[in-house]
Design a protein around this ligand. Structure first.
Ligand SMILES: Nc1nc2c(ncn2[C@@H]2O[C@H](COP(=O)(O)OP(=O)(O)OP(=O)(O)O)[C@@H](O)[C@H]2O)c(=O)[nH]1
Ligand SMILES: [Mg+2]
Length: 205
């Protein structure tokens, strides 16, 4: 099957909102705790080994990394810095939180958010904080419980159900799936959903 994410290319890393590309076109952002597996999920989505850098040590993605789906195109994937890494100076951590919060609240081209969580510990307090930032402008939310290769099928199903219930209790309308970048499980489901988002997104004139 042709993978339209295969042509994705790195554009830039932004330490401040002002450094992002112009706020036109559409973006799908990936958020999650530090070390949750965001960069690995994006690499799996795009069928590339090293599009987004995968960390050996948590907290590697310190900037907002921007990728475009086609050369010169106006559809982008955004790798947000992971939140919640403890061994980062408080001032730096506060800067990341502000950066992510500001991005989620203000970015007009943000089409939808993919929230990546480790299937072994989804919906932590930090994930809930992030979900609260989504409030003012409702956009599609897709929750990916990754590293499913680390748990049994039963446990994966149990965690999915728990996360679904938690999201409902928060009044959030979200789609969910389990995923493994390692085993490449759930990749086609993720591709299919994001393609639907892109198709219903604003037209590219
Ligand atoms: N077993 C397993 N390990 C994974 C999977 N996805 C990611 N990992 C590992 O988890 C660690 C973190 O992965 P990253 O993709 O760098 O996570 P991240 O969320 O981008 O991390 P930061 O950018 O530091 O916030 C790495 O050691 C990966 O190899 C998966 O599906 N299964
Ligand atoms: Mg990363």
């Amino acid at each position: 099957m042709h993978n339209p994410f295969r042509e994705a290319e790195f554009v830039l890393g932004a330490a401040r909102i002002a450094q992002l590309p112009p706020d036109t076109g559409v973006e799908i952002a990936f958020a999650g705790r530090s070390n949750a597996g965001k960069s690995s999920a994006m690499n799996a989505l795009c069928g590339r080994r090293a599009l987004a850098r995968v960390s050996r040590t948590p907290g590697r993605t310190q900037e907002i990394n921007v990728f475009r789906l086609t050369p010169g195109g106006e559809q982008r994937l955004i790798d947000l810095p992971g939140y919640g890494y403890a061994r980062v100076p408080p001032a730096q951590r506060a800067h990341w939180d502000r950066l992510i919060g500001q991005y989620l609240r203000e970015r007009q081209s943000l089409l939808g958010l993919v929230l990546i969580m480790d299937i072994r510990r989804p919906m932590t307090d930090l994930d809930r904080n992030l979900l609260q930032w989504l409030e003012p402008q409702p956009r599609p939310l897709h929750v990916v419980l990754t590293k499913a290769d680390k748990v049994s099928r039963n446990e994966a199903a149990r965690q999915l159900q728990r996360a679904r219930r938690d999201l409902e209790e928060m009044g959030l309308n979200a789609t969910l799936q389990s995923f493994s970048a390692l085993k490449r499980e759930g990749v086609e489901d993720l591709q299919g959903l994001l393609l639907e988002w892109l198709e219903i997104g604003p037209d590219q004139d």
